[in-house]
Design a protein around this ligand. Structure first.
Ligand code: SF4
Ligand code: SF4
Length: 222
């Protein structure tokens, strides 16, 4: 099954990508310019977002891999209150982190080495927040209000849509495997998942006993 093969490949890659994230985080405190990797991630999340929605967040983001492969072990995996993914809360984080970045960068502007430090600091603080909330709620809770994910959501809503066919029986199996706590079956009437936070991971596609889920571009290619 194509989706299953992709899933295993994704999981294997995430094991290494998660280790890379830990090395980046720790290494950043010894060599600040490593923090610039965050700029690369921002550009990639938004650039890919325009074409494929939040695909980057599942398949490539080092921190996303860390959440899935390592934090997942300790997470209680409970329902995340809707407040955490509300537009207001997301805007608050976007504004807060951008302001923190500007305020920290202005006094050291021009010093290429030191300018990496605010990125490392923000990466560390947000990772600690994601870790704590991830243990209490769900390993991907940070991704529900992460500013990069939010921007990818806004830019890529409707891209690479997940289709739900009439074969869906509303059994709920897809909801159980979705780390973003989306229920694809609830979109069976409209025919496609209209949630901008879908990570395009295909976990639900593989899990569906009725083969009712498929990505738009996979259907076109078939
Ligand atoms: S697993 Fe398949 S059949 Fe069950 S609710 Fe989801 S889409 Fe529908
Ligand atoms: S809806 Fe399906 S493809 Fe989208 S994030 Fe959830 S499990 Fe992954």
């Amino acid at each position: 099954m194509v989706a299953g093969g992709l899933m295993k490949k994704n999981a294997r890659f995430q094991v290494f990508n998660g280790v890379f994230f830990m090395m980046l985080l720790v290494g950043g405190w010894f060599y600040y310019p490593l923090g610039y990797f965050m700029i690369f991630c921002m550009v990639m999340a938004m650039g890919i977002g325009i074409v494929k929605g939040r695909w980057w967040c599942d398949w490539m983001c080092p921190r996303g891999s860390f959440w899935d492969r390592y934090l997942d072990i300790f997470s209680r995996r409970t329902k995340v209150p809707s407040f955490f993914r509300s537009s207001l809360f997301r805007l608050f984080w976007l504004g807060l982190l951008m302001s923190m970045l500007v305020v920290s960068l202005v006094p050291i502007w021009g010093d290429i080495y030191l300018m990496g430090r605010p990125f490392v600091m923000i990466l560390t603080v947000t990772t600690v927040i994601g870790l704590v909330l991830g243990v209490i709620y769900n390993q991907r809770i940070w991704c529900m209000f992460c500013p990069m994910g939010t921007m990818a959501n806004w830019l890529g809503k409707g891209r690479k849509s997940l289709k739900v066919s009439g074969a869906c029986t509303d059994c709920g199996a897809c909801e159980k495997v979705c780390r973003m706590q989306i229920y694809p079956g609830s979109y069976r009437v409209v025919g496609k998942v209209q949630h901008g936070d879908c990570l395009k991971c295909s976990y639900c596609v593989e899990k569906c006993p009725k083969s009712a889920l498929n990505f738009e571009e996979d259907l076109k290619a078939a």
